[in-house]
Design a binder for this molecule. Structure first.
Ligand code: HEC
Ligand code: HEC
Length: 202
């Protein structure tokens, strides 16, 4: 067994012992010891491929965790870290991260923001794309049914839209996001991701 592999196994074994004793009240501790490595100590990840969880809606967060656990949503980076969370754990983790404050995002290509704003607020009547704001709210904050998008890393947002479009992500009930994403062009996805990254966080 090579060194890296044995390190990973050790980490998983330690994590397994931790989860065996973890219960709902430990969300803060789980977040600090397990999730922080990728999602940041305060739920604001630094690496743009890891989503910010801080300020995301609790109901949405719990749904995603349960979807990862059941295999409805797949990601190799996330799966090994979920242990055997109960409904109580996923709910407590959702509430914990929802309470944290979202750190503002950074616009990388300001020339795309206006096109992104237009698509988000008005949709594209030519290709039949509804306004994203209709579900994700005018301020991008979402609600219990729709995730918050404001301030998210553009790299992560873009990847999710590409995944909905290709069907690699298919845990949206009633194909609600897949039917939006299938009509989006790559340029539209990039533009709206930039707009969302620069949206004011509340
Ligand atoms: C090794 C890195 C890593 C660790 C540790 C990790 N995650 Fe993740 N997490 C990811 C990645 C990467 C994604 C994005 C997956 C994708 O692209 O679909 C993600 C996605 C998520 C999402 C979906 C967010 C959204 O906006 O849809 C939630 C919720 C989440 N993680 C919660 C957690 C929790 C809670 C923990 C700790 C128990 C944790 N993660 C530990 C890497 C990690
Ligand atoms: C009819 C309602 C609806 C519309 C319109 C809509 N969305 Fe969504 N969107 C959803 C739902 C519901 C989810 C959560 C799916 C799930 O449960 O995993 C979602 C998830 C997402 C996600 C993943 C968030 C994350 O943290 O992983 C992104 C990104 C997204 N939408 C972007 C957009 C954009 C951009 C538009 C406009 C072009 C749009 N959505 C239009 C309902 C909608």
């Amino acid at each position: 067994m090579n060194h890296k592999r044995s390190q990973i196994l050790t980490a998983l074994l330690l994590a397994g012992g931790f989860w065996a004793t973890a219960h709902a009240g430990d969300a803060k501790e789980i977040a600090a010891s397990v999730c922080a490595a990728c999602h940041g100590e305060d739920g604001n990840s630094v690496a743009p491929t890891f989503p910010k969880l801080a300020g995301q809606n609790a109901v949405y967060l719990q749904k995603q965790l349960k979807d990862f656990l059941s295999g409805k949503r797949k990601n190799e980076a996330m799966e090994p870290f979920l242990g055997s969370f109960s409904d109580g754990d996923t709910s407590a983790l959702g509430v914990h991260f929802a309470r944290e404050k979202t750190a503002p995002g950074t616009v990388e290509d300001a020339t795309l923001v206006e096109a992104g704003r237009k698509l988000f607020q008005d949709g594209n009547t030519d290709s039949g794309i509804p306004a994203c704001a209709g579900c994700h709210q005018v301020d991008g904050m979402g609600n219990d049914r729709y995730p918050r998008l404001a301030g998210q890393h553009q790299t992560y947002t873009l990847a999710q839209m590409q995944n909905f479009k290709s069907g690699a992500r298919n845990n949206d009930k009633g194909k609600i996001m897949r039917s939006v994403a299938e009509r989006l062009t790559e340029a539209e996805m990039k533009a709206v991701s930039e707009y969302l990254a620069g949206m004011e966080v509340k």
